[in-house]
Design a protein around this ligand. Structure first.
Ligand SMILES: Cc1cc2nc3c(=O)[nH]c(=O)nc-3n(C[C@H](O)[C@H](O)[C@H](O)COP(=O)(O)OP(=O)(O)OC[C@H]3O[C@@H](n4cnc5c(N)ncnc54)[C@H](O)[C@@H]3O)c2cc1C
Length: 443
């Protein structure tokens, strides 16, 4: 029988906002100038701001909406620093040294996030749970096993779980075994953002909400003039940290980034309170979870262990009954036990956000025409965005003795693309077909 969802109980906003909503900042007048102007108040912007402010620079963040309103408080909180291309794919495209360096940097960035929370006294409800990636076919299991060999060679701790043993990870028969990466965990992104914001403001950074940058021009004296809806200001250095929320043609400055970043809608649902015992029954290892499907899904227990959070691509601009139903069916596909014959598990939250991809599906830190950028975390920015913002700031200051491998030439623009990803339905159709064929494979 089809599950019956009670849509009236659903809150159509981020689960994390109940306790930590994005808060209005309180500065009135935009200053006329600052050493550093950062456009975008998410993890990337905050991370760059903190390093630069602590180096003695005057730093202003201008934010179109409210700091944190973008992806940074809408995400699933899986702190994976995942790299979309496998080690083998990266080796094929860029060489083994680059692949090794990038995977090692991801591991360093994950540890850096934990250290940061500890050092700054941010209680983000972080738990080093490990991350189980379920294989959708026997062939995917073999590919994961080869990936595990590469990671173990780099001393990144991970292990394979056979199909026979996978019930110790997840009460599902959907997978052909999987891989566990042990140095990956999860946190509460709302709590993390709130703590991060406090630290950044304590460092003297000024944050201006409801201030949209429109244009960036040279000021003729080595700096930039930034035009906003609340007047103009000069910045010695400008950082664009708008990532997947870069927006449209109304912001002239964004033309360069718009042609390089693909905003992809992602949706999340959170179940009703199931209780810790029931969640543990369904997810015995209480890890973070995802799959090898091309149309990937991700799921996890909420930090209190009482609910299940489940994410996948979004169907529509705004979350709706259709979105909630779509995600719910995908969750049931993995955990059919949730559809109890007496009472179906209900959904309490459903929301959308954008994740940003570059063509090569790896993050990048770069400069163009005297403006600095960090973007394209491919749905894994809880670690990467903070790390890339920090590395970009260190690069601007000079003298960074551990520069990031992600500092490179700007990502390539996509042909016939100006910020509206018209091709996504085709890509989804193709990925869906590949997934269906893959799941029928016996080997
Ligand atoms: C539904 C969802 C689930 C996700 N799940 C995970 C996960 O489990 N794990 C993980 O690692 N990552 C996840 N991510 C990705 C992660 O949240 C992002 O990569 C990360 O938050 C990006 O941070 P950011 O600071 O670069 O961008 P954002 O947080 O999006 O900040 C960009 C800011 O720029 C502002 N802006 C845009 N244009 C202008 C302008 N013209 N002037 C001024 N300001 C402007 C926007 O308002 C926005 O606040 C998820 C994302 C979504 C949407």
């Amino acid at each position: 029988m089809a599950p019956i969802l009670d849509f009236t109980r659903i809150s159509w906003h981020s689960y994390w906002w109940d306790n930590d909503p994005p808060l209005r900042q309180d500065h009135d007048n935009l200053p006329t100038e600052a050493d550093i102007v950062i456009i975008g108040g998410g993890f990337t912007g905050l991370a760059a701001a903190l390093v630069l402010a602590r180096a003695g620079k005057s730093v202003v963040i201008i934010e179109k909406s409210t700091a944190g309103y973008g992806a940074s408080t809408r995400n699933g909180g899986i702190t994976s620093a995942s790299i979309r291309p496998s080690h083998a794919e990266l080796t094929h495209k860029f060489g083994g040294d680059f692949a090794d360096a990038l995977y090692l940097e991801a591991s360093t960035a994950r540890q850096d996030l934990q250290d940061f929370c500890k050092d700054e006294g941010i209680d983000a409800e972080f738990r080093l749970s490990g991350w189980f990636k379920g294989a959708m076919s026997p062939g995917d299991y073999d590919t994961l096993a080869r990936q595990a060999e590469h990671l173990n060679r780099l001393n990144i701790p991970c292990h394979m779980v056979s199909r026979a043993d996978q019930h110790s990870e997840i009460a599902s028969d959907k997978f052909h075994g999987g891989m566990v990466e042990q140095d990956i965990g999860g946190y509460n992104p709302g709590a993390f953002f709130a703590g991060f914001l406090r630290v950044v403001r304590d460092a003297g950074v000024q944050i201006f909400d409801e201030t949209a940058a429109h244009d960036i021009q040279s000021d003729g004296a080595g700096g930039k003039l930034i035009t906003t809806n609340r007047g103009s200001m000069r910045g010695g250095v400008v950082i664009v940290a708008t990532n997947a929320y870069t927006g449209g043609r109304e912001h002239r400055f964004s033309r360069f980034l718009r042609r390089r970043i693909i905003p992809i809608r992602s949706s999340i649902i959170v179940t009703q309170n199931l209780g810790t015992a029931r969640v543990k029954e369904l997810m015995p290892a209480l890890r973070m979870y995802s799959t090898t499907a091309k149309l990937t899904t991700y799921f996890r227990p909420t930090p209190d262990g009482k609910r299940i959070l489940f994410g996948a691509r979004a169907l529509e601009a705004n979350p709706s009954h259709k979105t909630a139903r779509f995600l719910y069916h995908r969750l049931l596909d993995i955990l059919p036990q949730l559809q109890d014959t007496l009472q179906d598990t209900q959904i309490d939250y459903c929301w959308n956000g954008f994740v940003g991809y570059h063509r090569q599906k790896i993050p990048a830190i770069y400069s163009h025409d005297g403006v600095h950028y960090a973007s394209g975390y491919a749905g894994s920015g809880t670690v990467w965005a903070r790390w890339c913002g920090k590395k970009l700031a260190e690069h601007i200051l000079g003298g960074d003795n551990a520069p990031s491998i992600l500092i490179r030439q700007p990502p390539k623009a996509l042909p016939l693309y100006n910020g509206t990803p018209w091709f996504l339905p085709l890509v989804y159709g193709w990925y869906g077909l590949q997934d269906r064929i893959n799941q029928r494979r016996r080997h």
